[in-house]
Write a protein that binds this ligand. Structure first.
Ligand SMILES: Cc1cc2nc3c(=O)[nH]c(=O)nc-3n(C[C@H](O)[C@H](O)[C@H](O)COP(=O)(O)OP(=O)(O)OC[C@H]3O[C@@H](n4cnc5c(N)ncnc54)[C@H](O)[C@@H]3O)c2cc1C
Length: 484
């Protein structure tokens, strides 16, 4: 490493395309982009981006009429002061849990944006992330990093990886730019896992015994009219052997069927997808993407770190992939080893935290399946088989019968990918029951009542103030947001 700093070189094949799917992000993206000095207005304009305020899960609990719940991005009112679950359980069941604790579900129902045109870039009345065109986002970031942050962007194919006796990577060989050496290598080669897998031989921990989906069929669907309303939530609709994502960008929808090939055929999965998008879209090209659920056994070996798909992949039910890239980059930036001597110490920390995060995400994704009451197909029946449920999740589910998840469940780690609030939204959205003893809520009742009133007031106010999602996006394209 260079004294007084370091330099970053991004080597990218001119021919091997990026995966180009991955349209849902997490609110961390706002702080990541702001920190990198990216203009939010340009993001909207250049990446076909729109607002995401959470996920709406339809058909996951019973598959019957009206079966839907939200996992919004706003925390429950007063989350740091009081756990509202027992209060909802005892006196709020005339509303959904989501509506009892936050306005965001109703903002989504109304098709509203999370902010107004007068609020500056990255600021908002409601918490938000983005839906975006992944194929535009990667080159957008590459240009920004090269022009504004001093990253050297080399278009070249890595055809050989050179290691020294210790196993550390010394350099990579490319026909276009010759040999490129470095102190630390980040493997961002996607499913190829060129450095971490092929060169360093780090194994892959398969988790398809927990999460069964192994194939995606993706399609881009035009709107019927250019001013058609746009949802600001990712729609996730359960199917017989998987689920369909539906993401609205300003110019089109990205729709995909993620399914388990052990439980259905490609033909049947394709039919479900075509039925979902409608007969008028039958001739649109559908792209098949195999998925391998799991992750590397270790993420940092020698002087190489796996980030992105090279590190692993889990079905995109909660948009957890890009947020892991952000968290890995943040951790690396904060912990950047000063020299080779301390690298293994930092690597150990990185591996420990990253392995923990993957484990927690697997638990959280499985939670969506294990709470189902559906028994109509083998896919749903197999998903509740205790043999497919991670031990930690089983334990938590036992605990949560008597106490609802809250701060203590955020365990010992800072920056949980999914906080206890996320568990609350899924559990109580899917009808999980937690026993409440009357004494439990006595002390906090006045505060809970105030928060409920505040939630009603805020909901009314935001519904009156916020523009429709598409209306705001049109304004951003026309006038831009005020930079901060
Ligand atoms: C069906 C599906 C849906 C998804 N949905 C979401 C979602 O909603 N939200 C989310 O957060 N994530 C989602 N993801 C994951 C997300 O797409 C990825 O995590 C993200 O795009 C990062 O990919 P990547 O950069 O690791 O890999 P890739 O996009 O595959 O990029 C790999 C790069 O490596 C380069 N490369 C490869 N080999 C070489 C070589 N020999 N020499 C030089 N360069 C090389 C390529 O040129 C390319 O630039 C989804 C993924 C799939 C499959």
């Amino acid at each position: 490493m260079k004294a007084g700093g370091f330099s970053v070189t991004l080597i990218e094949s001119p021919d091997i395309k990026i995966i180009g799917v991955g349209e849902g992000t997490w609110p961390t993206m706002r702080s990541s982009l702001e920190k990198m000095g990216v203009s939010e207005t340009e993001l909207f304009k250049q990446c076909d981006a729109s607002f995401k305020q959470g996920g709406k899960f339809t058909g996951w609990t019973t598959g019957g009429e009206g079966d839907a719940y939200y996992h919004p991005l706003m925390l429950p009112q007063g989350f740091s002061q009081v756990n509202l679950v027992p209060h909802w359980m005892r006196g709020g069941r005339d509303q959904t849990f989501c509506d009892f604790v936050t306005p965001q579900g109703r903002l989504c129902d109304d098709g509203l944006a999370p902010k107004t045109i007068t609020q500056a870039e990255y600021r908002g009345s409601a918490n938000y992330a983005y839906h975006l065109d992944a194929g535009k986002f990667a080159p957008f970031l590459a240009v920004h990093c090269a022009e504004k942050l001093g990253v050297r962007h080399v278009l070249a194919d890595v055809v050989q990886v050179n290691q020294c006796a210790s196993g550390d990577i010394e350099s990579v060989l490319t026909p276009q730019a010759g040999e490129i050496s470095g102190d630390l290598f980040i493997d961002c080669s996607g499913f190829h896992a060129l450095l971490i897998g092929k060169t360093l031989g780090v194994g892959f921990k398969d988790c398809s015994d927990i999460l069964f989906c192994d194939t995606a069929l993706a399609v881009q669907v035009p709107f019927d009219t250019p001013d058609a309303p746009m949802a600001s939530q990712t729609l996730s609709t359960a199917q017989e052997a998987g689920w369909i994502w539906d993401i609205a960008l300003p110019t089109r929808r990205g729709v995909g069927h993620v399914y388990s090939s052990r439980h259905t055929t490609e033909e049947a999965a394709r039919e479900s997808l075509l039925r979902y998008i409608g007969a008028q879209h039958r001739d649109l090209p559908v792209r098949k993407i195999p998925i391998r659920s799991g992750h590397r056994q270790t993420f940092w070996k020698n002087n190489c770190i796996a980030v992105g798909l090279a590190g692993g992949f889990l079905e995109p039910l909660e948009s957890s992939a890009i947020v892991l890239v952000e968290l890995s980059a943040k951790l690396l930036a904060e912990q950047m080893p000063a020299n080779r001597e301390v690298m293994d110490i930092v690597a150990k920390r990185f591996n420990d935290v990253t392995l923990y995060r993957w484990g927690r995400i697997i638990d959280f994704l499985k939670l969506h399946y294990v709470l189902t009451k559906r028994a109509d197909t083998a896919f749903w029946r197999d998903n509740v088989d205790p043999a497919t449920v991670p031990e930690r999740l089983k334990e938590l589910l036992t605990l949560w019968k008597y106490q609802s998840p809250w701060f203590f469940d955020e365990f010992d780690r800072l920056e949980e990918v999914f906080p206890a609030a996320s568990y609350q939204y899924v559990l109580y959205g899917m009808g999980f029951e937690t026993e409440v003893i009357p004494e439990e809520t006595v002390d906090t009742e006045p505060l809970a009542t105030r928060l409920r009133q505040e939630n009603d007031r805020q909901t009314q106010q935001l519904r009156a103030q916020l523009p429709k999602n598409r209306e705001l996006l049109n304004k951003i394209h026309q006038y831009g947001l005020q930079p901060i």
